[in-house]
Design a protein around this ligand. Structure first.
Ligand SMILES: NC(=O)c1ccc[n+]([C@@H]2O[C@H](COP(=O)([O-])OP(=O)(O)OC[C@H]3O[C@@H](n4cnc5c(N)ncnc54)[C@H](OP(=O)(O)O)[C@@H]3O)[C@@H](O)[C@H]2O)c1
Length: 328
């Protein structure tokens, strides 16, 4: 089978396309033939050697794919050959086939295209657990989604709306703001201005009758995070999802006390590994909402497998709006 291989950590352009032996599923495993793979910001971090989990070299990057079950290892009864599934792995998805355990596989709705399925795992699961588990979102609450034009951001906006909340889209490149509106954002908050510390709160207060937001989902860190902390309502919840803006923020504990607010962190892969049952429920709900037309996959860029470097470069160079997939 063909697979993209990193021989050393480095720029995506250093990956090579290799012919590797077709893997054979062991007991309790399945072989899945890849039809589409989702490309994510964390893939860039893994490839560059900046991610918290570093695969042993050489390795094939890629954390999610959709395709068909092609072979079953001994003792597997939960899946059958030919089942259409979306698969979550730690790495290895940018290849023509992967080995996975059944609990890493999520059955697709009948009519769902593979490219959509491959784009509706990691970012939707991240947004789901951030909103539901960490932020305990209630219907009627208002959520500021920073990084609203990215994969996690667009997923979070759609989920907030599907769950009965109001979504404020925090946008860093205003030329991309229409994507956030299309995803259902009630208001756009401009994060590109000079005096962000004040301008973010002013904008939020203007659209929340001076109350602030109940929840902020923050994949950015840096100045947008600092400014968003000032725009939380009484008992507001900030969820730390990432640091795309580059700086890891520092929080003073007295600020949490004085404002009756809380900050929590969200690490998606821990939910995948520690609570597979909850992940299966979350993914089933995400696919159900997709089937009801309340969520869409936001796929905007498609590349063949051997152009993985270009796919990662559009994320690295901030050219993407929505999701990138590799079609295999
Ligand atoms: N904790 C977890 O489990 C988890 C899971 C998934 C992702 N993440 C993290 O979440 C972040 C976003 O992921 P994603 O999939 O949404 O990525 P993405 O699709 O590439 O989107 C990135 C978003 O961040 C913004 N951005 C990028 N560079 C920026 C900068 N220097 N300053 C301000 N904004 C910037 C982009 O805005 P523009 O439109 O202005 O370019 C875009 O809205 C990443 O840091 C990723 O590692 C964490």
């Amino acid at each position: 089978m063909r697979a993209m291989v990193m021989q050393a950590f480095g720029a995506p352009e250093t990956a090579v396309l290799r012919e590797l032996p077709m893997p054979i599923p062991g007991p309790g495993e399945v072989l899945v033939r890849t039809r589409a793979a989702g490309v994510n910001y964390p893939d860039l971090l893994v490839v560059e050697g900046k991610y918290q989990h570093k695969p042993p070299l050489p390795f094939t990057p890629g954390k999610e794919l959709a395709g068909e079950v092609a072979a079953l290892g001994e003792g597997v009864t939960a899946l059958a050959v030919g089942d259409r599934v979306m698969v979550q792995v730690e790495y290895g998805a940018f290849a023509e086939a992967v080995i996975a355990r059944p609990e890493q596989c999520f059955r697709l709705p009948d009519a769902m295209p593979y490219a959509d399925a491959a784009a509706m795992g990691l970012v939707y699961q991240t947004a789901w657990f951030a909103l539901i588990d960490r932020a305990r979102l209630q219907a009627g609450e208002t959520v500021l989604v920073n990084g609203a034009t990215g994969g996690v951001g667009l997923a979070a906006i759609q989920l907030v709306k599907a769950l009965g909340g109001a979504a404020l889209a925090g946008v860093t490149t205003m030329a991309k703001a229409d994507a956030a509106r299309k995803a259902g954002a009630d208001q756009v908050i401009d994060l590109s201005g000079d005096d962000l510390r004040n301008s973010l709160r002013d904008q939020v207060y203007a659209v929340t009758e001076g109350r602030g937001v109940d929840v902020c989902i923050d994949p950015l860190g840096g100045d947008p995070f600092d400014a968003a902390m000032r725009a939380l309502a009484w008992r507001g919840r900030m969820v730390v999802v990432g640091f795309a803006a580059g700086r890891i923020p520092v929080i003073k504990a007295n600020y949490l006390l004085v404002k009756n607010i809380e900050v929590s962190g969200l690490q998606w892969s821990d939910y995948r590994d520690r609570t597979p049952g909850r992940m299966a429920e979350a993914q089933a709900a995400i696919f159900r909402l997709y089937g009801e037309g309340k969520l869409s996959a936001n796929v905007t860029e498609r590349f063949p497998l051997d152009r993985m470097a270009e796919a990662l470069a559009v994320i690295r160079d901030r050219k993407v709006v929505g999701k990138v997939v590799l079609e295999v």
